[in-house]
Design a binder for this molecule. Structure first.
Ligand SMILES: Cc1cc2nc3c(=O)[nH]c(=O)nc-3n(C[C@H](O)[C@H](O)[C@H](O)COP(=O)(O)OP(=O)(O)OC[C@H]3O[C@@H](n4cnc5c(N)ncnc54)[C@H](O)[C@@H]3O)c2cc1C
Ligand SMILES: NC(=O)c1ccc[n+]([C@@H]2O[C@H](COP(=O)([O-])OP(=O)(O)OC[C@H]3O[C@@H](n4cnc5c(N)ncnc54)[C@H](O)[C@@H]3O)[C@@H](O)[C@H]2O)c1
Length: 556
């Protein structure tokens, strides 16, 4: 006979709320060692430790960080083994991973709203409510414009030009966000996590307060995400931020976007496809400056072909409200030339985000921050200055992407309450990312520039083509596929694509890169025809060979 863990309801003395604890019960040989509820762990956490047993949990309970709640029914020292501040991508995942491993977990989040403030947020966080999800829904919406246009050459007759009902789009988008907020709240409930709606504040190293209620907590997880940075230019108060561009009351006739990063490129092309006249002001010579240069100059050409107006090396210096309520931008090029562009319905500031670390009591307990205000953590997401405080996601200023926040959350749970705490380290190698613009840009591994810097001898394979559908549709937009290969080992170092479905194509290639695929192995993979993706297994001749950082041979 061995032990199984059974969820039992318990009322917390400190909170007065019912919650869930695990109690060991005997079970017959041959029955599963985890209850159905705990099997949900696999779905929620994404990775199951090699073995998780009651004895291991008890051992961890006695260790400095492990679950301390009453698995044997005795009174706990703390109300919670883990209390998470912020229920976004990272906070929800860390809490669920920990609860699934037997920890008693509390989490707090601000009340739900569309635009985040110090008092408004919502379970699901940025990704679900004002990031990835609404952005992707609007992107889907905008793609219909292209589809309607392309349909003509594929035989479709339209009796009248398609008309966009903006109110319906916004209402349905918001309905979907509310549904997902409900799904996330239910996920917390089902995992036995105590949820508190309100602003979380650290009072001391083992006390967290929400709405005047104080909880004794063993470990604290800071998962408060980030917030937009707005440059201090004159008239900046007339601009909007990304929360607002995802929930506009009307479709702008003319939109300005300041910045040339992810948010700028995504929103510029979404609104361009919807029919707005879009102007992008970018202070550096190229947009998406952190990515592979060939890809970014290629994608900038595609944006221009699609109708987006891009001003490079050009910084807005003043926003002025016109008498008719619209906005004029005064901007200056790097060479000193000045321009003034009028009649913008909205100006979106997409000039980066910063960690959200103010006003939560971090300074009271001495949590050290980096020079950008992010919580400084070690490889296990533990604060470098306060050992029972952990931080995950955008608030740590590592890689501000949802899957990264989730990875950090999963592994925090595994580190604190799992069987193999030392193994539970996030791995930042080969994190893929996508700019969900039209066209999309997807990338994993090194850019050509970084690969040359690091490996010196590099072969670069590229293919530029008009996707089959675009050709018949008389659509000028082209696609680019690119491989960056270590010439010494044949290992693929970077994979890049600009074009339709790049995001969907890149996920599988990211797995291949992660396990160290070579160019020869890619060449030996049979393509799927007819697709754009097959370019990745059919590019045979390098476009460039670089040896000792110098280009030695042009393409034949
Ligand atoms: C417009 C936009 C589009 C994006 N698109 C993508 C994309 O396509 N793919 C991708 O991978 N990433 C995307 N991201 C990034 C992604 O949204 C973030 O990396 C991710 O949400 C980070 O998760 P997090 O848990 O760290 O923080 P968040 O999701 O921001 O969650 C933090 C939560 O903490 C709450 N909070 C803050 N302070 C307190 C407090 N004191 N008490 C209680 N609660 C508090 C907030 O209300 C918030 O809900 C996008 C971001 C933006 C802005
Ligand atoms: N598809 C995705 O995965 C996705 C989408 C959106 C956001 N995100 C995440 O959110 C983060 C924030 O996005 P973002 O686009 O705001 O940031 P970003 O860092 O991608 O881009 C910021 C841009 O603003 C410019 N900029 C900064 N200060 C400026 C100033 N004073 N004047 C003019 N331009 C200025 C920068 O040069 C840069 O082009 C990203 O880093 C990304 O991790 C991801």
């Amino acid at each position: 006979m061995s032990f199984a863990l059974t969820r039992l309801p318990q009322t917390s003395a400190a909170t007065g709320r019912s919650s869930t604890v695990f109690r060991a019960t005997s079970r017959l040989p041959g029955t599963p060692s985890w209850s159905t509820g705990l099997l949900g762990f696999a779905a929620g956490l994404g990775q199951m430790p090699s073995s998780v047993s009651r004895s291991a949990l008890q051992a961890r309970a006695e260790s400095s960080n492990g679950a301390s709640s009453s698995q044997n029914g005795s009174a706990p020292d703390y109300d919670y083994d883990l209390f998470t501040i912020g229920a976004g991508s990272g906070g929800v995942r860390a809490s669920k991973a920990s609860a699934d491993l037997g920890a008693k977990v509390g989490i707090c989040e601000l009340p739900l709203g569309r635009i985040a403030t110090d008092t408004i947020g919502g379970v699901g966080g940025t990704c679900i409510l004002r990031g990835c999800v609404p952005k992707k829904l609007l992107s889907y919406g905008s793609e219909f414009a292209l589809e309607y246009r392309h349909g003509h050459n594929f035989g479709w007759e339209q009796s009248a030009p398609p008309a966009l009902n903006w109110e319906r789009l916004m209402a349905n988008k918001n309905k979907e966000l509310d549904r997902l907020n409900g799904v996330y709240r239910k996920m917390l409930r089902d995992a036995g996590i105590d949820f508190f709606e309100g602003r979380g504040q650290i009072i001391d190293q083992h006390t967290v307060e929400v709405n005047g209620k104080r909880f004794k907590v063993k470990n604290i997880c800071i998962a408060t995400g980030g917030k937009p940075i707005t440059p201090p230019i004159e008239g900046a108060e007339h601009a909007i931020i990304s929360d607002q561009i995802l929930d506009l009351p009307k479709l702008p006739k003319k939109l300005a976007v300041v910045g040339g990063g992810y948010i700028s490129c995504e929103q510029a092309t979404i609104y361009n496809a919807f029919g707005s006249e879009v102007h992008v002001f970018n202070r550096t010579p190229s947009i998406l400056g952190k990515f592979d240069k060939e890809c970014t100059s290629f994608i900038a050409e595609q944006y221009k072909l699609a109708g987006v107006k891009i001003y490079t090396s050009c910084s807005p210096e003043k926003l002025a409200k016109q008498p008719d309520g619209r906005i004029t931008i005064e901007a200056k090029y790097e060479d000193g030339k000045q321009i003034s562009v009028e009649d913008f319905d909205y100006v979106l500031m997409a000039t980066g985000r910063k960690p959200n670390t103010k006003g939560i009591g971090l300074e009271k307990v001495g949590v050290e921050l980096d020079d950008k205000g992010g919580v400084k953590v070690d490889e296990y997401s533990r604060s470098v200055s306060v050992p029972n405080v952990f931080a995950i996601g955008d608030v740590t200023n590592r890689i501000p992407l949802t899957p990264v926040a989730r990875m950090e959350g999963s592994l925090l749970g595994a580190h604190l309450f799992g069987d193999e705490p030392d193994e539970a380290k996030p791995d930042y190698e080969g994190v893929p990312s996508v700019v969900f613009s039209t066209p999309q840009m997807a990338t994993v591994g090194l850019s050509e520039e970084d690969a040359i810097e690091k490996f010196k001898d590099v072969d670069v394979y590229t293919s530029t083509f008009r996707p089959m559908k675009n050709s018949m549709a008389d659509e000028e937009l082209k696609a680019l596929t690119k491989l960056v290969v270590d010439a010494k080992t044949d290992k693929v170092l970077g994979i890049h694509m600009v074009g339709p479905e790049a995001a969907e194509i890149m996920q599988g290639l990211a797995a291949a890169l992660k396990v160290g695929i070579t160019k020869k192995q890619l060449d030996g993979t049979v393509g799927i025809h007819p697709t754009s993706a097959e370019e990745f297994v059919t590019m045979r001749k390098p476009a460039r060979r670089i040896r000792n950082k110098e280009k030695v041979k042009a393409a034949a």
